[in-house]
Design a protein around this ligand. Structure first.
Ligand code: NAD
Ligand code: ZN
Length: 343
């Protein structure tokens, strides 16, 4: 089969011929329906060799498909079942893994998962999943449509859910950067909380239009005027929750300016910026967190929300041969929701 692989650091991935894997004990072979193109892959492609796992490996950490073949001893699924693949693969037995937070496995160095940390991911017709517990039944959802829920959906869900207690009636949530993840974050605030106002901030007017359709009340172009507007909207207090889905110096600075005392400033974007910190900025007792992905039970909840049609992902499909083009479009800000590769 042909797989879209990162072969050399800082070089575009290549389509290469690789064998179809045979599932060993406990493993499951999944026929990939869709593999989302996440901005994290772009960070990965731009990273120097010393920050990368062993090359080559197949890109794609946002995957859904159908069970193709169960390895000896793997149970719980039958061939043909539509499934979501949970991305961060932990050891399964440490304290974090035992509560389903395999994203914070104590033994995988904090970065498990196929397509991101070395094991082959989903941009190939078939993908080997190490254990059946990483598969979640999709029910009536189409894997080609649902794939981005496993990261864009799950990461946004987790980032919002941990702050829901702050989002009572009358509260404000700000989402900075409304691409693949940010559009989901807006919907998660709507689905999970009583927040009165959701503000979307982006540098791209088209993304802001989409954000409105996804439930944002107010959309603002990134910059000083957005800060002033958010302060005015909140009686100069700032927002209870600020999600920075970009994570570069200017957005982190903005996030600190628009968060409120006792609020949450949550950094999801891996832009590599630094948050300036002094005694009164971020505001007093505003907690700062940088969550990574989400838990297995949370992914089940995200799938339930999608089944109930409370969240939707804008998806644009690309065949495997056009994967590099999809990433170029993502890099140029030309993907409105999520590009999904359909191998
Ligand atoms: P994306 O390219 O789809 O969206 C990024 C958005 O940010 C775009 O709409 C872009 O116009 C906007 N943007 C860029 N500069 C901006 C600025 N100065 N102000 C406001 N908006 C700006 O990317 P994505 O796939 O949604 O990923 C977003 C970020 O989240 C990436 O850095 C990615 O690596 C990271 N990520 C983190 C996790 C995690 O677990 N923490 C998981 C997945 C992705
Ligand atoms: Zn573990």
């Amino acid at each position: 089969m042909r797989a879209f692989q990162l072969v050399q650091a800082q070089k575009p991935p290549e389509l290469r011929e690789v064998p179809v894997p045979d599932p060993g004990p406990g493993q499951v072979l999944v026929k990939v329906g869709g593999a989302g193109a996440c901005h994290s892959d772009l960070h990965l492609m731009e990273a120097p060799a010393e920050r990368l796992p062993k090359l080559p490996f197949t890109i794609g950490h946002e995957n859904a498909g159908w069970v193709e073949k169960l390895g000896p001893g793997a149970t719980g699924f039958a061939s043909g079942d539509p499934v979501m693949v949970y991305g961060p693969w932990g050891c399964g037995i440490c304290a974090s893994c035992r509560v389903g937070m395999e994203n914070y496995c104590e033994n995988s160095g904090g970065l498990g998962g196929g397509g991101l940390a070395g094991p082959d991911g989903g941009m190939a017709p078939y993908m080997l999943v190490p254990a059946a517990r990483f598969l979640i039944p999709l029910g009536t959802l189409d894997p080609r449509q649902a794939a981005p829920l496993s990261d864009a959906g799950l990461t946004s869900y987790h980032a919002v859910k941990r702050s829901v207690h702050l989002l009572g009636a009358g509260s404000t949530a700000v989402v900075i950067g409304v691409g693949g993840l940010g559009q989901m974050a807006i919907q998660m605030v709507r689905a999970l909380s009583a927040a009165t106002t959701v503000v979307a901030v982006d540098t791209d007017a088209g993304k802001l239009e989409t954000a409105k359709r996804m439930g944002a009340d107010e959309v603002l172009l990134s910059g000083e005027e957005a800060v002033t507007r958010i302060k005015d909207m909140t009686g100069q207090q700032g927002a209870q929750l600020v999600l920075d889905m970009v994570g570069i110096d200017p957005t982190l600075r903005m996030a600190a300016q628009v968060a409120r005392v006792l609020g949450h400033l949550t950094i999801v974007g891996l832009g590599g910026g630094a948050l300036p910190v002094n005694f009164s900025s971020p505001p007093h007792e505003c907690s700062v967190a940088s969550p990574y992905w989400g838990s297995l039970p949370e992914l089940m909840e995200v799938i339930t929300l999608a089944q109930q049609q409370k969240i939707k992902m804008l998806v644009e499909h690309f065949p495997l041969e056009r994967a590099n083009e999809a990433y170029q479009l993502l890099h140029d800000g030309k993907i409105q929701g999520r590009a999904v590769i359909t191998p």
